[in-house]
Design a binder for this molecule. Sequence first.
Ligand code: COA
Length: 166
Amino acid sequence: MEVFVRMIDMLVRLYDLPKSAEMYQNVEDAGIILRRPGAYEKHLVEDFVREHFSPKWVSEVQVAFSRQPITCFIATRNKEILGFACYETTNKAYFGPTGVSEAARGTGIGKALLMKALEGLHNLGYAYGFIGGVGPKEFYAKAVGAVEIPGSDPGIYVDILPEPLF
Ligand SMILES: CC(C)(COP(=O)(O)OP(=O)(O)OC[C@H]1O[C@@H](n2cnc3c(N)ncnc32)[C@H](O)[C@@H]1OP(=O)(O)O)[C@@H](O)C(=O)NCCC(=O)NCCS
């Protein structure tokens, strides 16, 4: 039996993002650095995403590294990657993919990375951003007031090639 997962897209008003300074300060106070990865760290970010998430997300990360500035942010602590967030990868004006390692979740890293990436999208000149194929809708609604786009399921995510079975 084929299992269908709902994957709706969401819309974000980039011109009206919540203030982020305090949130970044809280994350920084916990010893976490939020920054763009360097091109020389591409393989390390890919390894993190492959280990914790999926090969398709690795492909999207590779697109982020094909741009300058690199359209990705990472969160690190003690020189270890805890999470990542990309933008302008799946499509123009799209946020994602993003993820935080399970052990580091619930400490504000996901929201801080989301804000960094959405600010990055806004700085590219977009007034609105899309969060493709969500995922944790409540997280996005609560963090940045994202709203569901009617009729966007399955959106662009059709006829996707399956991963090979080894
Ligand atoms: C979604 C994800 C990135 C959130 O990261 P996180 O670091 O745990 O999130 P934060 O700690 O910054 O949470 C920020 C807020 O969102 C809430 N939140 C976090 N995950 C949530 C979820 N799945 N559903 C609803 N609310 C959520 C938190 O409770 C917190 O609320 P608060 O501001 O009132 O305290 C993380 O759970 C993850 O990597 N999930 C797996 C990958 C994934 O689903 N990616 C998104 C694909 S579209």
